[in-house]
Design a protein around this ligand. Structure first.
Ligand code: SER
Length: 318
């Protein structure tokens, strides 16, 4: 059967690149991008686009019927930092959008669903190094609480109603095409832009704050891999730990200095420091590696080289 895919939240950081990648693989017309706002030119010009409010069940259902969609990727969410400013709104968006697609799947209107979770499901009482798949989870951010709750509901819909929902706990994702928005790991993208444009960057996290991160292409690879895997290989129906690299602001700055020797970093931690301090420093993702052959490709050095090279081109810098 031909895949007919709907991406909800296609204009965000991961949604944009996921849409482009899925269009490359499946053909542009098989992949419908949707969001409440328009995306960048590349996204809008590369295939079909529909306006969808992820909190509105009827508007999702209408588009699913219109294009005979069989797979949905729900990428719309309010992330950790913005979520702390608007807790009620974050809860409403993150939970209602998930229930909408879970219920659509339960009614048999789609065959498969991808929903991203996050390392934010962990909290201050979780073991920080090599955080296991199953461990203490007491998240302290609204975003983390919504992702943990969402994981429970995904597993529930799989067990109770046979909904084929698949999920991974993304670490911070680093990319140059589209900016992240409202996350605690956003510094690891901003730093490259400002290094090139200003030669300096003030980090909102302390220099020794180590967090799990991943280059975008690895995140896309994992997403597509888990969705393509045979259903019986998906042994975890809440969400899989996923990891690639871990580094601190000081370490990423040192990597940038190798290419831009005059680059300067300073530190001015804000409320996002508390969020970062509650998260793991490194993650054990051996279950994903074993169950559906996940493997990462990009280390910090390679990530930095690609980021600087592509942003130089984007900004027309020598
Ligand atoms: N990148 C996310 C955030 O910082 C973590 O999932 O909120």
């Amino acid at each position: 059967m031909n895949k007919s895919i709907l991406i909800i939240g296609a204009c965000g950081q991961i949604g944009t690149e996921l849409t482009l990648k899925l269009r490359e693989i499946n053909g542009a017309n098989q992949v419908i991008a949707s969001d409440i706002k328009e995306g960048n030119k590349e996204l809008m010009q590369s295939g079909p686009f529909e306006f969808i409010n992820a909190m509105d069940y009827n508007s999702i259902e209408k588009i699913i019927e219109k294009y005979a969609i069989n797979e949905v990727y729900l990428m719309a969410a309010m992330l950790s930092a913005t979520g702390e400013k608007y807790p009620a709104k974050a809860w409403e968006l993150n939970m209602n959008s998930l229930f909408n697609v879970l219920n659509i799947a339960k009614e048999g209107k789609i065959k498969k669903l991808f929903w991203p979770s996050s390392m934010a499901v962990f909290g201050p009482s979780t073991p920080k190094e090599n955080t296991p798949q199953e461990t203490i989870m007491e998240p302290t951010t609204v975003y983390g609480i919504s992702k943990q709750t969402g994981e429970r509901w995904c597993e529930y819909y799989f067990n109770k109603y046979g909904v084929d929902v698949r999920s991974i706990r993304y670490p911070g994702v680093i990319s140059w095409r589209t900016n992240p928005g409202g996350g605690t790991t956003d510094y690891a993208v901003e730093i490259y832009h400002e290094a090139l444009l200003k030669g300096e960057y003030t980090s909102f996290l302390k220099k020794e704050t180590k967090l799990p991160m991943m280059y975008m292409d690895d995140a896309l690879e994992a997403t597509i891999k888990i969705m393509d895997a045979a259903p019986e290989t998906i042994k975890i129906r809440s969400s899989y730990n996923l990891a690639a690299i871990s580094f601190t602001p000081e370490e990423i700055a040192a990597e940038i200095k190798k290419e831009i020797p005059e680059f300067k970093i300073s530190y001015n931690p804000d409320f996002r420091q508390t969020i970062a301090d509650s998260w793991p420093k490194s993650i054990d993702d051996s279950r994903a590696r074993k169950d559906w052959n996940w493997n990462h490709t990009f280390d910090l050095k390679k990530t930095s080289e690609i980021m600087l090279e592509n942003l130089r081109l984007k900004y027309n810098l020598p």
